[in-house]
Design a protein around this ligand. Structure first.
Ligand code: COA
Length: 260
């Protein structure tokens, strides 16, 4: 499947999706959001994909935000729908995927770009990365989950400051804040993501999917995370992966998980 605004490549169980609008610093227009939904959904449903890596094309930007030219003339109603549709199609969608999804932040991750990176399960950044939620400088607030996920990741006070000042933080500060897990050179960014993907792929994909659900439950209103954990823990006992994992341990050999 080919896309106008994305490059998709699969190798050794890892699907790398590159947002490819470098002339607009990979800004997320409606079409790109729809294509991302489609590409991520295909990867999630493919037996060839065990891990998804999301990145931006070029050396300057991961994603410089939602495409401002598309919503500059929107009404109150259209603004609300823009956020709701985007959250449903892309941001909540990614967060709740059972396939581990890593953001490789290779430059500016601003507004919707940082929100996209935050919707991924975790993030690595290159040392030139700059991150921020500058929406209030445009007279609007983050609408793709930024007001929720930024404080979850870095704490309320830091999130308040970043949002109110509309400022950018560099990769080192993002690492210090816990917004990204590692900082590497731009050259090493994808190889490092692939190395972590390799470690993930040795484990049970079914158990990983259930662990994602349980961890996410901690951040969902009206969901009891401990109950979600118990439910998913119990469900693991009915999987072929559990039988293989425990049998392999007792037989002192490497597990070969069927992913069922
Ligand atoms: N929406 C639409 N177009 C965008 C964009 C966005 N969020 N971010 C960058 N672009 C476009 C620019 O309009 C420009 O297009 P043009 O060459 O047709 O004029 C192109 O990408 C390059 O950007 P430019 O601003 O010239 O690059 P720069 O190096 O001078 O500045 C940034 C880089 C990231 C600081 C600057 O582009 C910027 O502030 N972008 C908007 C960030 C933002 O507010 N995001 C949140 C949106 S809710």
């Amino acid at each position: 499947m080919s896309y106008k605004n994305l490059l998709v490549e699969n190798s050794n169980g890892v699907t790398t999706i590159t947002i490819n609008r470098p002339s607009k610093l990979n800004a997320l227009n409606k079409e790109t959001i729809e294509e991302l939904h489609d590409a991520i959904n295909n990867a999630d449903n493919s037996a060839e994909t065990k891990v998804i890596i999301l990145t931006g094309s070029g050396e300057k930007a991961f994603v410089a935000g939602a495409d401002i030219s598309e919503f500059a003339n929107f009404s109150v109603n259209e603004g609300g729908k823009l956020a709701a549709k985007g959250q449903e199609l892309l941001f909540d969608f990614i967060e709740n995927l059972s396939t581990p999804t890593i953001a490789a932040v290779n430059g500016f991750a601003l507004g919707g770009g940082l929100e996209l990176a935050m919707a991924c399960h975790f993030r690595l950044a290159s040392d030139n990365a700059k991150m921020g939620l500058p929406e209030v400088s445009l007279g609007v607030i983050p609408g793709y989950g930024g007001t929720q996920r930024l404080p979850q990741l870095i704490g309320k006070g830091r999130a308040m400051e970043m949002v109110m000042t509309a400022g950018m933080i560099n990769a080192e500060k993002a690492l210090n804040y816990g917004l990204v897990n590692y900082v590497t050179t731009q050259e090493d960014l994808l190889p490092n993501c692939q190395k972590i993907a390799g470690k993930i792929m040795r484990n049970s994909s079914v158990a990983i999917g259930k662990a994602i659900t349980a961890i996410n439950a901690n951040f969902k209103d009206s969901v009891n995370g401990f109950e979600t954990e118990i439910e998913n823990f119990g469900a693991c006992f009915g999987t072929e992966d559990f039988k293989e994992g425990t049998t392999a341990f007792l037989e002192k050999r490497q597990a070969n998980f069927p992913g069922k």
